[in-house]
Design a protein around this ligand. Structure first.
Ligand SMILES: [Ca+2]
Ligand SMILES: [Ca+2]
Length: 174
């Protein structure tokens, strides 16, 4: 119950209009067990599940607004929950390091939104919209960037960094 409350507070604070995305995270009651390893397949399944939640207007593609909103909401949720929830082969969570769990200020959220928009234009191609394949590919690229030893698993410092990126720790440092 305490965790659910934290998620709802996170939704109220983001103010980026992505309420349905955050609410669906609450509905799934999806913390699951803590894990210290994430596989590429977990990431692919998670991205596949997440697509419909990010595509809030259900037009089958992710727009720049939807992309930026999910980035901000996901960072807020990771911080409030102190965990990143992954719908992989099972639903589980990965702890976020304590230094990446302080609440984001409005200006930090604006900065995350701006960076996410730039990232979207780089990823989405000429049509400036992201279909499911492009969305999943962007998530797999994020995984690959964190998988320093290229063994197809994130663990230890790889996983810590991955979770901190989702929590947008680099923005909160600047
Ligand atoms: Ca859409
Ligand atoms: Ca690895």
């Amino acid at each position: 119950m305490k965790r659910t409350t934290a998620v709802i507070i996170a939704t109220a604070l983001t103010g980026f209009g992505a309420v349905s995305f955050a609410q669906s995270v609450v509905m799934s009651d999806a913390f699951g067990p803590a894990k210290t390893t994430v596989t590429l397949e977990d990431t692919r399944l998670d991205a596949d599940q997440l697509f419909n939640k990010v595509d809030t207007d259900r037009d089958g593609v992710i727009s720049v607004d939807e992309y930026a909103a999910q980035t901000v909401v996901r960072a807020n949720l990771a911080r409030f929950n102190q965990a990143v929830i992954i719908d992989g082969e099972q639903t589980f969570h990965v702890k976020v390091a304590p230094e990446a769990t302080s609440a984001l200020s409005p200006s930090q959220q604006t900065a995350i939104d701006a960076v996410a928009r730039t990232e979207f234009y780089r990823l989405s191609g000429e049509d400036v919209s992201m279909d499911k394949g492009e969305w999943i590919q962007s998530r797999l690229s994020q995984f690959a960037a964190a998988d320093r030893d290229h063994d197809g698993l994130l663990r230890n410092s790889e996983l810590e960094l991955y979770a901190m990126r989702i929590a947008q720790h680099q923005i909160s440092l600047s």
